[in-house]
Design a protein around this ligand. Structure first.
Ligand code: DAK
Length: 260
């Protein structure tokens, strides 16, 4: 049996998934896309998992893109399957019912940046470099990159990255709104796990409500988005955790959320 290209590790409600092809800078071939898809489906279904952290093996790369060597050999029919697989994975991550944090430890290029953008939050090492270099290969981003970049950072940034093809450093990525935080590389894991632990101890149903309202609500018009937010808000009044959170505030104690 060959080893999986995705490693999985659990600690205190946080599942860390690591793309593990460091000799290829964690490039996404079909096997890796499939393994990631299965890993995210499993994390979504497991109630013990409250937060997912996604990263890449080695010191150099988060994910340096789709596997160019494999892509070079694909027929048009295989390319269609490849595209559907990648787009399905990105959508699965974006629609995860629990927070997903990308821990961007190095190059996040092409499909790698698309993968990071499908996550809900991004913390980058100060040494990371992010970009959409597909034009240099005669391509355009194909895993939803143009659309997520546009929504995340606006038209100017989307055109700067996708037309220019040159990567930006972490500081510029922060300025563009592409990442939430930049930390020294030596502190990346500790800072990411601190955020993950905070989210793992928060009320899971409320987090899911926020994700649904922002991700799905953000895809419709203002009026429908507001109605969707109201529905999420009202639904939480049926949860034990909402009673516990408000009672804990009034009782001046720490809440104990139970995902109910
Ligand atoms: N694919 C395959 N192998 C890669 C790779 C990649 N994206 N990136 C790096 N590698 C491999 C290198 O070939 C090398 O392998 P060996 O030669 O040792 O066997 C090894 O990783 C180490 O890389 P380097 O020797 O190049 O390392 P350097 O430090 O010199 O350079 C670099 C690091 C990140 C600047 C460089 O590796 C680089 O430019 N890599 C390519 C980055 C890139 O262009 N990424 C975008 C890929 S295109 C689609 C949907 C989506 C997509 C396509 C189609 N459909 C809808 C069908 C997505 C496209 C992309 O992501």
């Amino acid at each position: 049996m060959t080893a999986s290209p995705v490693l999985s590790r659990d600690a205190d409600g946080v599942r860390t998934l690591t793309v593990d092809r460091p000799d290829k800078l964690n490039a996404l071939d079909r096997n890796t896309l499939q393994a990631l898809d299965q890993a995210f489906a499993a994390a979504a279904a497991d109630p013990a998992v409250r937060v997912v952290v996604l990263t890449g093996s080695g010191a150099k790369a988060f994910v340096a893109g789709a596997d160019i060597a494999e892509m070079n050999t694909l027929t048009a029919i295989e390319a269609r399957e490849f595209s559907l697989l990648g787009q399905g994975l990105m959508r699965r991550i974006e629609r995860m019912p629990k927070p997903v944090i990308a821990m961007v430890n190095g190059y996040a290029l092409g499909g790698g940046l698309e993968l990071a953008m499908a996550c809900h939050l991004r913390i980058a090492a100060d040494s990371a470099r992010l970009g959409q270099p597909e034009v240099n290969l005669g391509l355009v981003p194909g895993f939803g990159g143009t659309q997520r970049l546009l929504r995340l950072a606006g038209r100017a940034a989307a055109l700067e990255l996708c037309l220019g093809g040159a990567p930006v450093d972490a500081a510029r990525a922060l300025q563009l709104g592409l990442v939430n935080r930049v930390v020294p590389v030596a502190e990346l894991e500790a800072e990411t796990m601190k955020l993950a632990a905070q989210l793992a101890n928060a009320a899971p149903l409320a987090l899911r409500g926020v994700l649904d309202a922002v991700v799905l609500g953000g895809e419709c018009g203002m009026e429908e988005g507001l109605q969707f937010e109201t529905a999420q808000f009202a639904l939480l009044f049926a949860s034990e955790d909402m009673r516990e959170g408000t009672a804990a505030f009034l009782g001046k104690r720490k809440p104990q959320f139970r995902n109910r």
